[in-house]
Design a protein around this ligand. Structure first.
Ligand code: UDP
Length: 327
């Protein structure tokens, strides 16, 4: 029996597919290539255990034709990110809610176990208190602006999956993925590290949004993938929610300074008001760092790369990309 990765042509998805193939699995990918890219998986087509279906998770029949060969589903396909939901709220909600419902319904029909890729966005506003790590049992506060539709749709996915587990006995596990970084991550949807690195390598201004005092922690994509496989392969964690990330915090301002230094860049660091970056009424999360004690305890997960090591790798990757583009 094979493993299905929905959204397997995306950034995290393609790294997950590579890791699963390395483990000897037969892997199917379904992806509509909306934000995913064939470039991310070209190198896998020569592997006879790799199968690709261009299709949408909203297309129930196509999804069914793919899922019937599989016994495990990593469900990563989604309309990703806050920027997208602001531009296409209806499409985002439909894909994330109805798409996930399709996956769960068919998983029940074909006897699949499902890992739901959720997001740190579901924690909503960081109202608890300053500088508290997010932990899985925290209450959630979402706002009313359309930006929160993304978090709301992913939170609903979590409730749906847990309801299928509780009422129908469907084996599921939920991963709340925090900021993840690595090769193939496109800066097109705003992701801060590839953006800053590209800006620094081109000696363009490094654009810090707001006052730059907002805090994030960044996880190497290889560590994220290891965590996802670990959760899928541990029957004891079924029905549970886990943070997946790295808990080393840094302000975005410090991040800009560090990237400028590490690239020996002449870039100027500039501060851009949020309304210029995201439009009016945007609310950023001031402090987003995961508490990873639950996943540590459950599957022995530990991030293997610290931020400097992650940045070194991303800088080397982006340098190569820039050289190739200039040839
Ligand atoms: N950010 C920034 N400059 C950029 C892109 C992003 O200052 O050019 C900020 C963004 O406002 C946020 C942080 O960096 O506070 C992380 O942004 P990203 O989109 O990577 O992830 P998320 O907002 O989902 O944590």
């Amino acid at each position: 029996m094979a493993v299905l990765v929905t959204g397997g042509a995306g950034f995290i998805g393609s790294h997950l597919v590579e890791a699963l193939l390395e483990r000897g699995e037969e892997v199917w990918v379904i992806d509509n290539l909306s934000t995913g890219d064939l470039k991310n998986i070209w190198h896998l087509f020569e592997n006879p255990r790799f199968h690709f279906v261009r299709g949408d998770i909203l297309d129930e029949q196509r999804l069914a034709e793919t899922m019937r060969y599989c016994h495990k589903v990593y469900h990563l396909a989604a309309a990703v990110g806050v920027k997208l939901v602001v531009h296409d709220p209806l499409g985002t909600l439909e894909t994330n809610v109805r798409g996930t419902e399709n996956v769960l319904k068919l998983a029940l029909r074909y006897g699949c176990k499902v890992l739901i890729a959720s997001t740190s966005e579901v924690y909503g506003k960081d109202v608890q208190n300053d500088h508290a790590k997010f932990s899985e049992d925290d209450d959630i506060v979402l706002g009313t602006s359309i930006r929160w539709g993304y978090a709301c749709s992913k939170a609903l996915d979590e409730y749906l999956a847990r309801a299928y587990w509780r009422q129908k006995g469907l084996p599921i596990v939920i991963a709340r993925i925090f900021n993840t970084v690595g090769p193939r991550q496109t800066p097109a949807y705003g992701m801060v590290i590839p953006r800053f690195v590209q800006q620094a390598l081109r000696d363009e201004p490094i654009t810090v949004y707001g006052d730059g005092k907002q805090v994030r922690s960044f996880c190497w994509v290889g560590d994220t993938v290891r965590a996802l496989i670990g959760l899928m392969e541990t029957p004891e964690v079924e029905g549970e929610i886990f943070n997946v990330g790295n808990d080393e915090p840094i302000t975005i301002e410090e991040l800009a300074i560090r990237i400028k230094e590490m690239t020996n860049s002449d870039s100027e660091i500039i501060y851009v008001p949020y309304e210029c970056a995201y439009g009016s009424g945007f609310e950023d999360i001031r402090y987003r760092v995961p508490d990873i004690s639950k996943i540590r305890q459950a599957i022995g997960y530990e991030p293997t790369l610290n931020l400097n090591e992650i940045l070194e790798r991303v800088i080397a990757y982006e340098r190569r990309q820039l050289m190739l583009a200039r040839r």
